[in-house]
Design a binder for this molecule. Structure first.
Ligand code: URA
Length: 446
């Protein structure tokens, strides 16, 4: 049987699933199986997966293959390939995406990125309904084809822009709802929420079903602004998502202040902080103090390895000395939920990218040394970001939708050595078309 003709009931046999996605009661059934060094090192569970009417209905340890009625039911041979759940991208900027050709960031700095987007959105006024719709949808097409099923996007919200952007977001969220769960976060200066218009803007975010967010800076008014935004969010039952400490200044400790504010307010909803780069340049004691607070406040952290590698420590004609990422390993060890996400794609903040969380995981693994042991790090692009988004259907449990990716890679080294463009993506048990959109689709906008 080929993946193009999947029936309502079939098995994928001879697959390998990371242990972290397999229920302990199922894993224990394989205790008799002598594990190869690869399976042991990479913590992979060799098994067979039953799929019926779009759902996972059975996971059999590999030793029990004789129980599968292979004569009566169709099978796909996974050939020991790895299976992961579909991906969840917790931190993106779909509204900026694919503007590189018309507004590149030629010095590659953070300031250059800010200027590039200001030029594109405000000075040149490029972000019309049509322009945004097509670029954002291009990003969704790439994400979907790579196997992503949930995306949170930050949306730049200058007063002249946000209504158009919100309209496009609403329409795309509706159009794509069967394929991708979309969430939106406002991206503004925190001071904006301390104004009358800012309060109305909080209402507009609530009306959109969005998440309140903005960029935290180490300014004297920071605590006051945080108190204000936490109050507005509590009143409206909204989650929060901040850009925090995207710099290499050890005195930049907005993450610490956000966690303190959360505890001060006894904030019940979910807070996510993105970037948190400066944590990695602080002394050990200071960093650990913040990490403990972040854990107490249940703040989720999302690291953006590709964008941080690109923008941080960029000085003209000098080789960068650090990798730009936050202390993902220390945060994880302390029990903080750590996700990895795409961030920007082909815009002034990051000149590359293709909305592919396998690429993010691959780069993140190499940048932050998440390999050997790989532990549960694959969760950082799947179930963990999904949980931080309040979604529970990203996983490989019995009864869950058969939304998964089957790779022609039998271990992590094979998985992370090739781009895996021949991956099989199943949504509700059906193989989707993984053809990527043609760049030329956007030519007339650029
Ligand atoms: O788009 C943005 C904005 C701030 N920081 C980023 O990395 N990207």
């Amino acid at each position: 049987m080929t993946a193009n003709s999947l029936p309502a009931h079939y098995w994928i046999v001879n697959a390998r699933i990371p242990n972290c996605f397999i229920d302990r009661s199922i894993r224990e059934q394989n205790l008799d199986l002598p594990l190869t060094p690869t399976l042991e090192r990479d913590q992979l569970f060799p098994c067979h997966l039953e799929i019926q009417h779009g759902k996972i209905t059975g996971i059999l340890p590999s030793v029990r293959i004789s129980e599968i009625p292979t004569e009566s039911l169709p099978i796909i041979d996974g050939k020991q390939g790895m299976i992961t759940p579909c991906f969840a991208d917790l931190h993106t900027h779909l509204d900026k995406g694919h503007t590189w050709e018309r507004n590149p960031n030629l010095d590659g700095t953070f300031q250059g990125a800010l200027k590039g987007i200001y030029r594109d959105c405000t000075e040149q006024g490029n972000w019309s309904y049509d322009d945004l719709y097509r670029r954002m949808e291009f990003g969704l097409k790439c994400s979907y084809a790579h196997g992503t099923k949930a995306i949170r996007t930050h949306l730049d919200c200058p007063p002249h822009q946000f209504q158009t952007t919100f309209q496009v977001f609403r329409e795309l969220r509706e159009k794509w709802k069967e394929k991708i769960t979309l969430q939106a976060v406002s991206l503004v200066q925190l001071s904006y929420f301390d104004t009358k218009e800012g309060e109305q803007f909080a209402d507009a975010i609530a009306d959109l079903g969005g998440i309140m967010g903005g960029i935290a800076h180490m300014i004297p008014e920071l605590d006051h602004y945080l108190d204000r935004i936490l109050t507005l969010a509590t009143e409206r039952h909204l989650n929060l998502d901040f850009h925090a400490d995207e710099n290499n200044d050890p005195s930049s400790r907005t993450l610490h202040r956000i966690a303190e504010a959360s505890l001060r307010h006894n904030f019940a909803a979910q807070i996510v902080c993105g970037h948190c780069c400066s944590l990695a340049v602080q002394d050990q004691e200071t960093a650990l103090e913040t990490i403990a607070l972040v854990k107490d406040a249940r703040v989720g952290i999302v690291s953006l390895p590709m964008c941080n590698l690109y923008l941080q420590d960029r000085v003209a004609e000098r080789t960068p000395r650090w990798r730009g990422v936050t202390l993902v390993r220390e945060l994880d060890a302390a029990g903080v939920s750590v996700a990895l996400s795409s961030d920007n794609c082909r815009d002034p903040f990051y000149g590359f990218g293709d909305h592919d969380l396998l690429q993010v995981f691959s780069m993140g693994t190499k940048i932050s040394h998440l390999d050997t042991p790989y532990d549960n790090w694959i969760e950082s692009v799947t179930s963990r970001p999904a949980a931080l988004m309040g979604l529970d259907e990203v996983g490989l449990g019995i009864g869950q939708p058969a939304d998964l990716v089957l790779f022609k890679a039998r271990c992590y080294s094979e998985l992370l050595s090739r781009p895996q463009n021949d991956r099989l993506v199943l949504r509700n048990g059906i193989a989707i078309d993984t053809t990527l959109p043609d760049y030329a689709e956007l030519d007339d906008l650029l």
